[in-house]
Each structure stands twice: as C-alpha cells, then as structure tokens.
Design a protein around this ligand. Structure first.
Ligand code: RFL
Ligand code: PHB
Length: 390
C-alpha cells in the first residue's frame, strides 16, 4: 500500500493531523496499536486552550465540543483556605474549554471514517524503515498478515511509549528529562462538580485539583507518591483527603460514586530533534509535561498545526522552507509550555525535600500572584494558550 503521509498512532495528534491533511487534499493512513474501543474510552486530558478550541472548530470537528463543552473564564488558586481567582477574561480576553480528550478522539475518528479515511486499529509490530531516505516505509501486521506502507512522510504520533522516537538514531538525539518526586492519583466520579471553575489547591498535605468532565461528572486529583499503590486508597480515604486539601470557607466537597481511579507519574521530557529525514515526531512522542498546566494535548495540537502548514506547500510545490523549520518552530512553543508546566508544578506541590526557607519562598510566590495583576496576567496568558505557531 502507498500513501502520502503514514501516521503512527490514533491519539489526538495522529487523528487531528490526518483530518487537517485531508481538508488540504493530502492523503494519509493511520496505524494504531490498540482497538477503536480502547482509544475512544481512554480518560485523559480535559482542558483545551482557546487556540486549540478554535483550530478544532475551524476544522469542522467542534460541533459536539461547542454543544457539550464548558467555556471557563477563570480558575481558582486555593491556599490555606484562601481563594484567588485568575480571571482569564479580564486579564487576557480569552477562556479555556473544558471538554474531555476521549470525546475529541471520538469526534475525530467519526470525521475521518465519514470522509472515507483509513485508520487501521490493532496494527501490531509497527516498524519504521529508511526514514533517512526519500523512500521511507512502515512495516506492520494487520489481520494476521505482515504489510508494508510506502509513504513520502512518516508522522510519529505514537505517544511517550511509542516506537517512533527510537527510530531516530541515538547518536543524533538528545533528551531533556525531569522526574518529580510525586505523582497524581486521579478519580472520575458521578457527582456534580463542587465548584463552577477548576480549583488548584496548594496544601501542607499536598496538592489537590478539582476539575470536571460535565455538569454531572467530576474529575479530581491528589498529589501522591510516584509509586503510590492505589489499593491503599479506599473511596472513603480519597474523599476524606480531597475534603481536607480542598477545604475553604463556604466550600463543601460533594462526594459521589467513583467510577475510575489511577495513578500518573509526573515528568517533564523533551527529545530533540523533532525531525530526522522524512520522520516527524508530534505530541507526546516528542515531549511530555506534568499535567499541572494542562498543556500536553494542547502541545500535540500545536505540533499538528505546524506540520500541516509545512506539508501543504511541500506537497503542492516542493517548497521545503517550512518543513525544514518544523522542529525549530515547534520547540519554541514546546519549551515555553515546559517552563510553564514546571513552574505551575513547582508553585503548587508539596516537596518533601524543601527546606523551611524554600517553603516560605513558595508561599511568597503564591502570595505575590494573589496581589499582582502582572503576575496573574502572566499565568493567565500561558494557561489560555500562546498562539499555536510562535
Ligand atoms: P497519545 O494520546 O498517547 O496517543 C498515542 C497513540 O499511539 C498509539 N501507539 C501506537 N500505535 C501504533 N504502533 C505503536 N507502536 C504504538 N505505540 C503507541 C497509542 O495506543 C495511542 O493511541 O499521544 P498524543 O496523540 O501525542 O496526545 C497527547 C495527549 O494524549 C497527552 O499529552 C495529554 O493527555 C496530557 N494530559 C493533558 N493535556 C492537556 O492538554 N490538558 C489536560 O488537562 C491534560 N490532563 C493529561 C492530563 C494526561 C494525563 N495522563 C494520564 C498522562 C491528565 C492526565 C492524568
Ligand atoms: C483534567 O480535567 O483532567 C485536568 C484539568 C487541569 C489540569 C490537569 C488535568 O491541569
């Protein structure tokens, strides 16, 4: 089989790329290791930056998001029972959209299939070949048979644990990595959100976050050990701990049935370069951020915007300038989002290794944000999203 762009991975990056290329008359085939039901049910991100919301809407896949998503014009920072609202609308004129990642994945799969797009689920043993030449190809197994996909371009959209990144020779690659001494225990619960806006709580017992998926479903997180054993967390213990860390005058946490729970380790990671020959890395395949800034999915979408803009003149007229600048262009935004995610994480979490001095500096920084329009604006501007292409 032959196509113009071979895409590995049907997460948000791979699917959005396939959709945008299609809108611009460029063919692609998506190879996904998992089943359709698995990728459509995977609970992950929930907050979309305004430029990403706009991108999805402009691309004709925003109908359900506009109907069911919740536009948020601010978030609450909570510390020691004291709230400070970051007013996105007043500070930046923008908002974020709370709409779950798995629904974006469903919307994109539906759009691709309706347009006759090819997504091969349960493609096993995917390997990338001759990526440094003008004739790269992908080998994979599907329906019990080994197959070959010849392409002009390969897009590695297979997430942090995928195979694409390792297809760039190790000698040409450099990675930047930071592991945090904590993880997040996340739950999904059938209970209306106890706050209209997201609450980021810094507490002596550790960070907590109140988020949501719909008017009747809450998503909440607790800072925990990176290797926390979820078996030690009964539903009752989770609600008690959330209530303690989120406590504030006039606020009551409404518990409900927990329908999902899991632990996510926290990491910052960037692999450079994001391009090698005809192979381009996008999204979590190239970089991951701790979730505190809600940036992962948004960064994936920005990479897609940069690559799409570069591939159009390349396929149409052989123009190479934007394609050659792909990695450099993406990394300008990636590193700004890395900085913001690291900063939000450092600001809000409890670090056991902190000295009393460092803890006081952390408190002072929060207090400074609470009292400074300039500091609040810097937070808001990053949270609602920098332009997709910087
Ligand atoms: P994905 O979503 O990991 O998709 C990669 C796809 O590739 C497939 N795959 C393969 N396919 C074929 N062959 C192989 N060898 C393959 N190996 C893997 C996988 O099955 C999968 O379908 O990467 P992508 O598309 O780059 O998207 C990135 C986002 O998923 C990720 O950055 C976000 O979920 C991060 N994130 C958040 N981002 C936000 O922007 N806002 C948030 O509020 C937010 N909250 C979060 C998050 C991530 C979390 N977790 C669980 C990591 C909250 C959490 C808890
Ligand atoms: C979520 O709703 O899953 C969520 C929201 C904000 C974050 C991270 C995750 O910073």
């Amino acid at each position: 089989m032959r196509t113009q762009v071979g895409i590995v991975g049907a997460g948000p990056a791979g699917l959005l790329l396939s959709h945008l290329l299609h809108l611009n008359g460029i063919e692609s085939v998506v190879l996904e290791a998992r089943s359709r039901a698995y990728v459509e049910g995977r609970i992950r991100a929930g907050v979309l930056e305004q430029p990403v919301e706009q991108l999805l809407t402009d691309a004709g896949v925003g109908t359900r998001m506009q109907a069911e998503g919740m536009a948020h014009e601010g978030v609450i920072l909570r510390t020691e029972g004291h709230d400070h609202r970051i007013d996105f609308q007043a500070l930046t004129g923008k908002h974020v959209m709370v709409y779950p990642q798995h629904k974006i994945v469903q919307d994109l799969i539906a759009a691709r299939l309706a347009a006759g797009g090819q997504i091969l689920f349960e493609a096993a043993g995917v390997s990338l070949n001759d990526v440094g030449t003008d004739a790269p190809f992908i080998v994979y197994e599907h329906d019990g048979r080994q197959k070959r996909l010849d392409c002009a371009i390969i897009a590695g959209c297979d997430g942090f644990h995928g195979i694409s990144r390792d297809s760039i020779p190790a000698a040409c690659r450099r990675s930047f990595d930071r592991e945090y001494p904590f993880g997040w225990l996340g739950i999904l619960a059938d209970t209306p959100p106890s706050s209209e806006e997201l609450v980021y709580a810094s507490h002596d017992r550790g960070f907590a976050l109140l988020s949501m998926r719909s008017p009747s479903v809450s998503r909440l997180y607790l800072q925990c050990a990176p290797d926390e054993d979820i078996a030690h967390w009964s539903d009752g213990r989770i609600w008690d701990e959330l209530s303690l860390r989120l406590s504030c005058q006039g606020f009551t946490l409404q518990p409900g049935t927990i329908t999902q729970k899991g632990v996510t380790p926290m990491r910052s990671f960037v692999s450079e370069p994001m391009q090698y020959g005809r192979l381009f890395l996008l999204g979590d395949a190239a970089h991951i951020v701790p979730p505190t800034g809600a940036k992962g999915l948004n960064l994936a979408a920005a990479d897609v915007a940069v690559l799409t803009r570069a591939l159009i003149p390349w396929f149409r007229a052989g123009e190479t300038a934007l394609l050659e600048a792909y990695g450099e262009t993406c990394l300008r935004r990636v590193w700004k989002a890395q900085r913001f995610s690291w900063w939000m994480t450092s600001l809000l979490h409890r670090f056991d290794a902190h000295s009393p001095f460092e803890r006081q500096v952390q408190r002072a920084e929060l207090d400074y944000i609470f009292g400074s329009v300039a500091a609040s604006t810097a937070l808001a501007e990053n949270y609602v999203g920098l332009p997709l292409i910087l």
